[in-house]
Design a protein around this ligand. Structure first.
Ligand code: DC
Length: 240
């Protein structure tokens, strides 16, 4: 009840958005934050990757915008949380986590993500994941479009060299034989496409806090964001 005796609608669950280009550390940082806070975690890139995978399985071309929007609209993706490791991504009940993480799917996801019809179809599928006690949302347009009223908006950046080296190490650790130069080129092309598209391009929200992670550890980035979040939630509590 408010002081005037009327009932106030329940406050929506708080959201922390983490946007930035590939290799800026969003995934690792987001996972740690969600686990520290015991909040839900949305890895929105997985939805775009899943649409790309379905398109590949159905033989749908990048130019068939109506069919791609339909695939996105009908998308049945669920995240199954795991302790101490990333959630498994279930597509129509099948675990597709490994195939979704490949560079090929990342590139294909960036191509379907250009289409406004695909983005519109995925909007509600992302917003329904905002549930108590809170949501950490990682992507490209989390703070600008999907959750514009987020409690804290973070935009992570890092030099192209640092990002390529991180990706290289991640893939090498998984046993993939990759070339650093080819990875750097792929990252460059994908960033340019994500940042230059008309529909919800990759960019910091006006009220985002920008953190360059090039020379920071994940622990340091997480600590900085936790401080920001605690201060913001405390201010919101006092103002209420
Ligand atoms: O975060 P990721 O690497 O899994 O994302 C794969 C691609 O999906 C990325 O290159 C662009 C697209 N994407 C997007 O356009 N908007 C998002 N919120 C998340 C991902």
């Amino acid at each position: 009840m408010t002081s005037s005796g009327t009932t106030r609608p329940a406050d929506p669950a708080p959201v922390l958005t983490l946007d930035g280009p590939g290799g800026s550390g969003k995934g690792a940082v987001g996972q740690r934050l969600a686990s520290r806070l015991a909040w839900h975690f949305l890895e929105s890139g997985a939805l775009y990757r899943a649409v790309a995978l379905l398109a590949r399985q159905a033989g749908t071309g990048c130019d068939d915008t109506a069919a791609l929007a339909r695939l996105a609209h009908e998308l049945d993706v669920a995240f199954e949380p795991r302790q101490h490791e990333p959630a498994r991504v279930m597509l129509n009940g099948v675990d597709v986590s490994e195939v979704l993480r490949t560079e090929e799917m990342g590139r294909a996801a960036s191509e379907v993500a250009v289409l406004p019809g695909v983005r519109r179809a995925l909007l509600d599928k992302q917003r329904v994941l905002r549930r108590p006690p809170g949501l950490v949302a990682d992507g490209r347009d989390m703070g600008t479009v999907v959750f514009p009223d987020a409690a804290v908006k973070i935009f992570l950046t890092a030099t192209p060299e640092a990002r390529a080296e991180r990706r290289y190490k991640q893939l090498k650790d998984k046993g993939f034989d990759v070339s650093l130069a080819r990875l750097a080129e792929g990252i460059h092309v994908r960033d340019a496409r994500d940042a230059e598209r008309e529909a919800s391009p990759l960019k910091p929200a006006d009220d985002a806090c920008i953190i360059d992670t090039s020379s920071l550890t994940i622990t340091a980035v997480v600590a900085r964001i936790m401080r920001l979040l605690r201060a913001r939630l405390e201010t919101a509590r006092v103002e209420r």
